[in-house]
Ligand binder design. Structure first.
Ligand code: 5GP
Length: 235
C-alpha cells in the first residue's frame, strides 16, 4: 500500500460517465499545478486525437505485454476496449511531490484506491441523464450502438458514486474546475499531508530551530533594540 500524501504528491482520480465532460474539464485544469497521466488504450483513435497526448494507442498484444509486465497501475475493459494507466509516470510524479490527475473509469479507480489509500476520488456528472445522452449524441464521435452501450454503462457507474469522496456536477466547465481546485486545496490542509510541519511542531523546533535558541535570539534582538533606543534618546 502506497501512502501517497505523506510528504509526497497527491493522487486525484476523476471518473464519471462518458459524456459527463471529464475530458474537457481535465483539459481545462491548470497544467502548472497538475500532472496529467496519459492512459494506454486499444481503442481506435478518434479524429483529432494525438498519440501520447490523448492516449498511447496500442494493439491488444502490446497492451497485454504491458499488463503482464506489471507496468500498468490499473486496467479495465470498457465498452469493447482496454484502458490502463502506465505505472512509471504516476509513481515518479508522486515521488516528486506533484499532484497527479487520472481520468479513468470506476473499476480502474477502485483498483488505484486499493494501492494508494490517500488518493482522492472525484465523480463528475452532467446535470441530468438526458443532458448526458445529448452530449454523447452531439459530440458525434461514436456510432449509435456505442452511444447506447455507453449510456447503459453510465447507469452502472452511477451506482458506484458512494465509493467516491466528492461529487461535482458539471453544469459549467470553469465552475467544475474551480470546484476541483477547491477540493485539492482543502485536501492539502489535512494534517497527514504535512508530516514535516507536524513533526517540527511536535519536536519543539520550527524550521530546524529549537525553542530555547529562538528565545535566546529574541532576547538578544530585544537587548539590541533597547540599546538602539537609548542611544537615540541620548543623542
Ligand atoms: P474514451 O473511449 O471515451 O476516451 O474513454 C472511455 C472511458 O475509459 C472513460 O470513462 C475514461 O475515463 C476511461 N479511461 C480512460 N483511460 C483510462 C485508464 O487508463 N484506465 C481506466 N480504467 N479507464 C480509463
Amino acid at each position: 500500500m502506497n501512502n501517497a500524501g505523506n510528504n509526497s504528491g497527491m493522487l486525484i482520480i476523476i471518473s464519471g460517465p462518458s459524456g459527463s465532460g471529464k475530458g474537457t474539464v481535465v483539459k481545462a485544469l491548470d497544467k502548472s499545478r497538475y500532472a496529467l497521466s496519459v492512459s494506454m488504450t486499444t481503442r481506435e483513435k478518434r479524429a483529432g486525437e494525438q498519440e501520447g497526448i490523448h492516449y498511447f494507442f496500442r494493439t491488444m498484444e502490446e497492451f497485454n505485454i504491458m499488463r503482464e509486465e506489471g507496468r500498468l497501475l490499473e486496467h479495465a475493459y470498457f465498452c469493447g476496449n482496454c484502458y490502463g494507466t502506465p505505472r512509471d509516470y504516476v509513481e515518479q510524479k508522486i515521488n516528486e511531490g506533484s499532484t497527479v490527475v487520472l481520468e479513468i473509469e470506476v473499476n480502474g479507480a477502485l483498483q488505484v484506491q486499493a494501492q494508494f489509500k490517500n488518493c482522492i476520488l472525484i465523480f463528475l456528472v452532467p446535470p441530468t441523464m438526458k443532458e448526458l445522452a445529448r452530449r454523447l449524441v452531439t459530440r458525434n464521435t461514436e456510432s449509435a450502438e456505442t452511444i447506447e452501450d455507453r449510456l447503459y454503462r453510465a447507469e452502472e457507474e452511477v451506482e458506484l458514486i458512494d465509493k467516491y469522496d466528492y461529487l461535482v456536477i458539471n453544469n459549467d466547465v470553469e465552475e467544475a474546475v474551480r470546484r476541483i481546485d477547491a477540493i485539492v486545496a482543502v485536501e492539502s490542509m489535512k494534517p497527514f499531508r504535512s508530516q514535516g510541519v507536524v513533526s517540527e511542531l511536535r519536536n519543539g523546533t520550527w524550521h530546524g530551530m529549537r525553542i530555547e535558541d529562538m528565545c535566546r535570539e529574541f532576547n538578544t534582538n530585544k537587548d539590541e533594540e533597547e540599546e538602539g533606543a537609548n542611544v537615540k534618546a541620548v543623542v
